[in-house]
Design a protein around this ligand. Structure first.
Ligand SMILES: O=C(CO)[C@H](O)[C@H](O)COP(=O)(O)O
Ligand SMILES: [Co+2]
Length: 231
């Protein structure tokens, strides 16, 4: 199945993952081509159910449509109340990494195991207000931790620096764990996140507010690469 793509996500790091949340959904195929031409190596897809978060985006048909038009690995951020109900349909649609929220489930170890059994990577996300202790039981059972630097649900929010200390702590305890950060990442914040030890940087507004995705990505890559103390 898709675990080879998990390796390509891991190998891509440090990398910027465009979040399609703020793209032109009327021209999705062309948006993905523009991102691909600009050097994107992994796409981040925000799935919201209007229940776990007060916002609604898209589901399997859009993921499957993207899958038909790109070979890029698809990193699916599931902001939904019942991730297991949609895990297999999402994998069948073409997801390569399924990230669920620790706040949404009662047994993250079980959910991660069931996702991995589907042949894809399992990611575990945590909102800024949730105690890190909630991650503990599952940290040895996931392929990636997504540290939210905004409250999940909307693009265009301001970066919450609590994420930096969280990344630092996780990095010092788990040198090889894939770490992703999501929310408010831009030219002013990406360097600190890299310095903290992050591998994957989800970026929405800071790319889609630009007319030229190549220029936006080049600037972000430069800011990331020049951060001191990177892993
Ligand atoms: O998960 C998300 C929101 O819950 C998005 O991935 C994130 O907000 C990206 O957008 P921006 O860079 O504008 O913050
Ligand atoms: Co996201």
């Amino acid at each position: 199945m898709n675990r080879a793509k998990l390796d390509s996500i891991r190998d891509a790091g440090p990398a910027i993952l465009p979040s399609l949340l703020q793209c032109d959904f009327g021209n999705l195929q062309s948006e993905v081509e523009r991102l691909s031409d600009a050097g994107t190596s992994v796409l981040h897809l925000d799935v919201m159910d209007g229940h776990f978060v007060p916002n609604l985006t898209y589901g399997m048909p859009v993921v499957a449509g993207l899958r038909r038009h790109t070979n890029l690995p698809l990193d699916v951020h599931m902001m939904i109340s019942d991730p297991l109900a949609y895990a297999k349909p999402m994998v069948d649609a073409g997801a390569d990494m399924l990230t669920f929220h620790v706040e949404a489930v009662s047994d993250a170890v079980d959910v991660a195991g069931q996702i991995r059994d589907l042949g894809v990577g399992a990611g575990l996300a945590i909102n800024p207000d949730t105690p890190m202790s909630q991650l503990e039981p599952a940290l040895d059972c996931v392929d990636m931790v997504l540290v939210m630097s905004v409250q999940a649900g909307f693009g265009g929010q301001s970066f919450n620096p609590v994420a930096l200390q969280r990344i630092r702590d996780l990095r010092s305890r788990y040198p090889d764990l894939l770490l992703e950060i999501d929310g408010g990442i831009n030219l002013a914040t990406i360097g600190a996140a890299r310095q903290a030890g992050c591998d994957l940087f989800v970026v929405g507004s800071a790319i889609f507010s630009s007319d030229d995705y190549g220029v936006a990505l080049a600037g972000l890559n430069e800011a990331m690469a020049s951060a001191q103390g990177a892993k």
